[in-house]
Design a protein around this ligand. Sequence first.
Ligand SMILES: [Zn+2]
Length: 460
Amino acid sequence: MRTTYNQELLAFIEKHPTSYHVTAGQKELLDHAGYQQLFENDAWEIRPGGKYYVIRNGSAIAAFRIPPEDCAADDTCRIREIAEKKFAGFMIMASHSDSPSLKIKRNPEMQVDQSYTKLNVEPYGGLLMAPWFDRPLSVAGRIFVRTGTGMECRLVNLDRDLLVIPSLAIHMNREANKGYTYNAQKDLLPLYGMEESRPLAELLAEAAGVDAGDILDGDLYLYNRQPGTVFGANEEFLMSPRLDDVQCAFASLQGFLESEQDSPGAKEGNQPIPVHVVFDNEEVGSSTRQGAASTFLADTLERISEALGDTRTDYKRRIACSFMLSADNAHAVHPNHTDKADPVNHPHLNGGVVLKYSANQRYTTDGMSGAIVRLLAARAGVTLQEFHNRSDIPGGSTLGNISGNQAAVCTADIGIAQLAMHSPCETCGAEDTEQLVRLARELFASQLCIGEGEVTVCHG
Ligand SMILES: [Zn+2]
């Protein structure tokens, strides 16, 4: 099982180098599983037992299932009646589709020394710069192409070794190994070709099967061409570009689809609604139309609720018994820098799913949401480990606390332990993908039950 998940994950990452491709890849899997696409600019007709997804900006996706009715399917039996018996909430898992990279600027070709052509790029997110040097890179993203009546979006991937950001030889900077401050405008521009090279737009047009003159605009990124691999003395590690956070997006969707088999059917009329959501732009602060700070998730939940005939109060009742796992990869203890970790809480590769804590709530996990995750993990046979930042290192942030401003759902922050976060090539444990799939599957087959002073998660 572990091999299957990892091979599928590595193949998915290799085939889907940008947030647009990740979203398209997830759409393909959902289409294959019989999910129907809804569009934000249309009215939504959703039916009991229906399976749906919605995409925003081509780079964020939310999928959900409506529980089946508990009586024979005829028009008099409405899910509204079921909902009136007892409200069930949304069981949500959130992750993100983007990864740190270098984005290509407009008019990118720059002539150098009357011989070379390089490309003008700027950093996207908090990338580790050094590992981007001296490896084959390429370009992928989306372009908008003029049509007879308007324009259309095309995904592009120049699927070949195309670029390199060459290091400066040690002979020209003898101090290079004593630390170097990279200048993003000077050091990071990739070599594209010789002086007479074809413009990048021509390569993009060729790949998309359009005329270069019809390309109106686009969002294009560099990506590392290195395929993922399983390695280590006992093949216990996984190395790949973009594990943060495609690994969590992959595990979330896998668990979401597998949990269809677990849904026991609406016996009590209080079946929860599982929601798999992948936001874009986490790496640049989430404050975009398709980021965790946007209304994307809240809009989706509200429209589900509306389509089920809920009142505004009904919606709030659903939110009050909803739960979310905010899944974004976590820092494993570094073998050469154990001192950078909290003195007690040491997440390791292959140590299970990481539950992340932060007193200032940059991670949402608190006593209550942490306890809920422990109940879910115990039921799924998933091992948990804990992460805190060292108290003198501020650390990062993620999705849950940001998304909570739009949809105030009880949330815990989790992730898979990894090394070299925000390098174009990251390392994690080979056993942990399956652990996260199992936790996701358990989440999506569970519901939050709030009784008199007591909260629990029930299966189904
Ligand atoms: Zn992340």
